[in-house]
Design a protein around this ligand. Structure first.
Ligand code: NAD
Length: 259
C-alpha cells in the first residue's frame, strides 16, 4: 500500500496510538507531521523513531487547546510539504471522576482536545483536500463512542461527539474524493490507560490490580488491543483500497461492543 507523495498530519503522535499510526503511515511511504505535548525528550525520541523510515518528517508543537496554533499547523504543513492529504485526529486525554466532583477545567480540556480540536484541524485541511479531490480523515474515537462507563462523563461525551462529527464530515465530502472514518479501540495499553488505573482504583475504592482486571474484563478476549493493530487499521483506511469506505466507525475492541 503506497502512500508515497502523500503527507499525513497525526495529532498527539509523540506517544501511544498516535506514534504507532505515524510509524505505520511512514512505513507506507507518507511524509508525516508529528505533533504532541510531551517532554522534549519524548518528542526527540518519537522523531528519531519515525525518521528511521525513508520519509520526510516534521514536528509541530501545536497545542490542541488553541485553535490558532491548530490552523497554523495545517497551513505550515501545506506550505512545507505541498499538501495535507491524510489527517489523523488522535490527540486525547482522560480524567476519571464522579460527575458531581468532575473538575470543570478537566471537562473543558477533554471536550476541547478530544472533540473540538478535530473540528479545527478538519476545517483547516478540507479546502486543500477538496481542491486536490483526495483526502483521508481518520478520527480516533473509542469504544466509548458507542458505550458509556461511569465516571467518564467528559470522555464519553467527547467520543460520542467525535463519532457524530465523523459521519457528518463523511456526508459533506463524499463526492469530493475525501473519506472520513472513525476507529474505536477498546483498551490499548498506553500511558493514557496506565494513568487512569490509579484514578479508577480511587473512585471505586479498589486495589490497582483489581482496577486493571476490571478494565480488561470489558474485553471478551481478556487482552489489551495493541498499538500496532490500531495503526494497521489506520494505514488501511488511508490507502487507495479504502476509497469507498466513508462514514464508518470501526470497532477494534476484542469484542467489547458486541456484548
Ligand atoms: P497517550 O497519552 O499515549 O498519547 C496522547 C497524545 O496526545 C500524546 O502525544 C500527547 O502529547 C498528546 N496530547 C495531549 N494533549 C495534547 C494537546 N493539548 N495538544 C497536543 N497534543 C496533546 O494516549 P493514547 O492512549 O495513545 O491515546 C490516543 C488516542 O486514542 C486518544 O484520543 C484516546 O482517547 C484514544 N483511545 C485510547 C485508548 C486506549 O486504551 N489507550 C482506547 C480508545 C481510544
Amino acid at each position: 500500500m503506497s502512500l508515497k507523495g502523500k503527507t499525513a498530519v497525526v495529532t498527539g503522535s509523540t506517544s501511544g496510538i498516535g506514534l504507532g499510526i505515524a510509524h505505520a503511515l511512514a512505513q507506507d511511504g507518507a511524509n508525516v507531521v508529528l505533533n504532541g505535548l510531551g517532554t522534549e525528550k519524548d518528542n526527540e525520541k518519537a522523531i528519531a523513531e519515525v525518521k528511521k523510515h525513508t520519509t520526510r518528517i516534521a514536528f509541530d508543537p501545536a497545542n490542541m487547546l488553541r485553535h490558532n496554533q491548530i490552523a497554523e499547523m495545517i497551513a505550515k504543513a501545506e506550505r512545507d510539504f505541498g499538501s495535507v492529504d491524510i489527517l489523523v485526529n488522535n490527540a486525547g486525554i482522560q480524567h476519571v471522576a464522579p460527575v458531581e466532583e468532575f473538575p470543570i477545567e478537566q471537562w473543558d480540556s477533554i471536550i476541547a482536545i478530544n472533540l473540538t480540536s478535530a473540528f479545527h484541524t478538519t476545517r483547516a485541511a478540507v479546502p486543500g483536500m477538496k481542491k486536490r479531490k483526495w483526502g483521508r480523515i481518520i478520527n480516533i474515537c473509542s469504544a466509548h463512542s458507542l458505550r458509556a462507563s461511569p465516571f467518564k462523563s467528559a470522555y464519553v461525551s467527547a467520543k460520542h461527539g467525535l463519532a457524530g462529527f465523523t459521519k457528518t464530515v463523511a456526508l459533506e465530502l463524499a463526492e469530493h474524493g475525501v473519506t472520513a472514518n472513525a476507529i474505536s479501540p477498546g483498551f490499548v495499553w498506553t500511558p493514557l490507560v496506565e494513568k487512569q488505573i490509579p484514578d479508577l482504583a480511587k473512585s471505586e475504592n479498589i486495589t490497582l490490580e483489581q482496577a486493571k482486571k476490571q478494565v480488561l474484563s470489558r474485553q471478551p478476549t481478556n487482552q489489551f488491543v495493541t498499538v500496532e493493530q490500531v495503526a494497521a487499521l489506520a494505514a488501511f483506511l488511508a490507502s487507495e483500497a479504502a476509497a469507498s469506505i466513508t462514514g464508518a466507525n470501526y470497532s477494534i475492541d476484542g469484542g467489547w461492543t458486541a456484548q
